[in-house]
Design a protein around this ligand. Sequence first.
Ligand SMILES: Cc1ncc(COP(=O)(O)O)c(C=O)c1O
Length: 342
Amino acid sequence: MNFASDNASRTAPEILAALQTANTGPAMPYGADGWTERLTARFCALFEAEVAVFPVATGTAANALALSALVPPFGAILAHPHAHIVEDECGAPEFFTGGAKFLTVDGADGKMPPAGLEATIGDAGIGFVHHVQPASIGISQTTEAGTVYALDEIRAISVIARKHGLRLHMDGARFANAVAALGCSPADATWRAGVDVLSFGATKNGALGAEAVIFFDRGFARDFPYRRKRGGHLLSKQRFVSAQLLAYLNDDLWLRNARHANAMARRLADGLAKAPSARLVHPVQSNMVFVELPENAIVRLLDRGFRFYRWRTDTSTTLRLVTAFDTEASDVDAFIAVASLA
Ligand SMILES: Cc1ncc(COP(=O)(O)O)c(C=O)c1O
C-alpha cells in the first residue's frame, strides 16, 4: 500500500508491451533509429510546434542538462527553495552549468510569487561584475508541494523573465499530472505561456525510465547533442527509451494515467478532510497530498503496512502521500479508514 512515491509504481503494461515490440532485430544506435525519428514528429504534433527533442534516462539529467543550455557558468537560476533542482539533484545543475548558482525565491505552496522574483532580480546586481548574473527561472510543474501553476501565473513569470532577458525552464517531472489538472493543451501549458525548455517526465507516470528535454526555441538546442553525450545520457540503445515515450503518448496514455493518479489524490484528500484530527497542509491539485496527522495515527498506519514519507524530518507528523497511475481506490479508502480511527 504505497503512498511513498510515484517512483515506487509499476511500469505501465502498455509501455512494457511497446518495449517487447521494439525488441525485434537490430536498430541503429545512439538515436539513429526509427523510434526516435517518429518520437520527434510525435512531440512536434503534441506541442503544435517544431520542437527539438532529446530523450534521456532520468529527470535529474533532463533538468541539469537543460539548464546548462540556458545558463553560463557565471549565471544564476531563480528557483523555489524546495525545488527539486535546488534540493534534490546533488549539485547536478551547478555541475553541468559549470558553476551557476541558485537564487531562491520563497513562496507559499511551492510557488514563486512574481513580486518575489522581481525583488530578487532587482537585488541580484545585474551588470555588477562581482555577482552571478541571473540567466534563467526554473519552475516545477507540478510543484514539489503538489500544487499546479495556473496558466496566468506562468505567463506572469515569463513576462518577468522576458523583461530581464532570462530564459524560462519548466521541470515537468509531473507534467502529465499538471496538464490533466489544468485541462489545457500541452502547447498552452508551455511555449504559449512563455516556457523556453521543458523537462518532460514520464517515469513517475508509467514509464520504466524515460524523460525528454523539449526545446521550444531550437536555437538553444544547437549544442545540446554534445552536452547530452558529454553528460553520459546519449543512450546507445536509445530506441528503447524512445519506444517508451511513444507508447506513453499513444492513445493519451500519459493523460489517462495522470488523470487516475490525480483522482486518487482527490479521493484521499476528500476522505482525510472529514477526519477531525487530520489537517491538509497544501491545496490538493495533482497527485500529492500533504497532511498532518497525530503521531498515534501515523504509527497505526505504519503498523498496518502503509508506506509513505514523513515530510522533511524523521519525526515530522506531516506526511507526503503520493498517488500514481496504479494506485487502487481500495488502498485509498483503507488509508482513510485507518487514519480516521479515533
Ligand atoms: C520535481 C521533480 N523533478 C525531477 C525529478 C526527477 O528525478 P530523477 O532524477 O530521480 O528521475 C523528481 C523526482 O523525484 C521530482 O520530484
